[in-house]
Design a protein around this ligand. Structure first.
Ligand code: C5P
Length: 403
């Protein structure tokens, strides 16, 4: 990474202290860091700390005669391979989305011709506000890369999405963005310019406002696959049922609960070059979700009538103009794995099935997986491996199939 340069804009949020750790990680990797500290950012970290860790001068003011004499602000905005905003506050995101240029940070974002990566950090209500979500969509539409935010406890005492991604995750996202162009436009990132849709986790089907039908899927394998695809340069939309996992770096996550919501979210995310359906979708849901909590009574327990859920994999695999080029399904089997998986390939109309025997100890909900890859051409038996390794191997196979 020696010789690579990052322009790091530090906005005003409690997460600004993590920008210091990020600066250290980058410097250790040999990446040059040139910091821009907003006035609000300077309320949280001092220019001196940032400058000492970056081993460079800190830029703060738009109309600084000294700075302009040394390097004009337009030149500054282009003086790096990548512009990183961490923390990207609601204010900085709003300014960038609307093209405002009233200070050095926003002017830099408007003037730069380099890729931009933002690590949002704000209170959960500010993050959830339609204005921020609108700005986020605008920024993504403009090609801005986004890492995080994570879900968790916040400095303000609330809980939810809005915590800035950890420095390691931002570092990884930066490495991903820097690696590609350094070694030629596509080297190491064969899925650049491709969009891959991944479903993961369980679904939760409401019975009444407090009860659910769900399953034990942890979402780990699907999340690992989404992360591995992003590392290869793909734009990844991860449609996720309720799980407690952090969003992998560089992945766009859409949270859903029911199978019907999951189907709608996958269809809204099309077109995609590939779809990987890893979610453990409930086959059935209660035929009606009661608006009020069901009560015990003299009539005894209620009778549940189940109706079938839509099959997301089969729907995506059905031919039509929006069908992804490659549609991959998963099959968790307890017996006759190969025969059942072959039958599933035909029944669902997908291109590949990744089959695993969930009776193997430690596979369901665990760290490891032992899989078979079944294509129309044949079968491959993969060695038992960590789910991250299975994910990396599968992402590499997908890249090969698409290029
Ligand atoms: O039919 P079965 O549930 O065994 O198929 C598993 C595969 O189908 C997985 O890839 C899963 O994500 C997908 N699936 C789906 N929608 C359903 C049921 C399964 O996408 N309703």
């Amino acid at each position: 990474m020696a010789g690579r340069r990052v322009l790091l804009i530090v906005g005003g949020g409690i997460a600004a202290y993590k920008a210091l750790a990020l600066t250290r990680l980058l410097r250790k990797a040999g990446v040059a860091v040139r910091p821009i500290l907003t006035a609000a950012g300077a309320q949280f970290v001092t220019p001196l700390s940032l400058s000492a860790l970056a081993e460079d001068k800190v830029y703060s003011e738009l109309f600084s005669l000294t700075d302009e004499a040394e390097m004009g602000h337009i030149e500054l905005s282009r003086s790096a391979d990548l512009v990183v905003v961490a923390p990207a506050t609601a204010d900085l995101m709003a300014k960038a989305a609307h093209g405002l240029a009233g200070d050095l940070a926003s002017t830099t974002l408007l003037a730069t011709d380099k890729p931009v990566l933002m690590a949002p950090a704000m209170n959960v209500r500010m993050w959830d506000h339609p204005a921020t979500q609108r700005n986020l969509a605008t920024l993504k539409g403009d090609g801005v890369h986004v890492v995080g935010p994570d879900e968790g406890a916040m400095a303000c005492g609330e809980f939810g999405y809005g915590r800035m991604a950890e420095p390691e995750a931002i570092f990884e996202a930066i490495m991903g963005l820097l690696e590609g162009p350094a070694a030629g436009p596509l080297a190491g990132r064969p899925l650049s310019g491709r969009h891959v849709l991944v479903t993961a986790g369980p679904t939760a089907e409401a019975l009444d406002p407090v009860r659910l039908l769900t399953n034990r899927s942890s979402g780990r394998q699907g999340y690992a696959i989404a992360g591995a695809l992003a590392k290869l340069g793909a734009r990844v939309t991860l449609v996720s049922g309720p799980v407690s996992l952090p969003t992998p770096a560089g992945v766009d996550r859409v949270d859903v609960e029911s199978a019907r919501d999951m189907l709608a979210a996958t269809q809204a995310a099309l077109p995609a070059d590939a779809a990987v359906c890893v979610a453990a979708v409930a086959d059935w849901r209660p035929d009606e979700a009661f608006g009020l909590k069901l009560k015990k009574g003299k009539d005894g327990p209620p009778t549940l009538t189940l109706v079938e859920n839509p099959d997301i994999l089969a729907t995506l695999a059905a031919s039509g103009p929006a069908r992804p080029t490659l549609v991959v399904g998963f099959a968790a089997e307890t017996n006759d794995v190969e025969a059942h998986a072959r039958a599933k390939l035909a029944r669902k109309g997908c291109d590949w099935i990744i089959a695993n025997d969930v009776t193997e100890p430690g596979v369901m909900g665990g760290e490891e997986n032992a899989v078979l890859l079944i294509t129309r051409e044949g079968i491959e038996r993969w060695d038992r491996a960590h789910k991250d390794q299975v994910a990396a191997d599968l992402a590499a196979r997908i890249a090969k199939a698409l290029t």
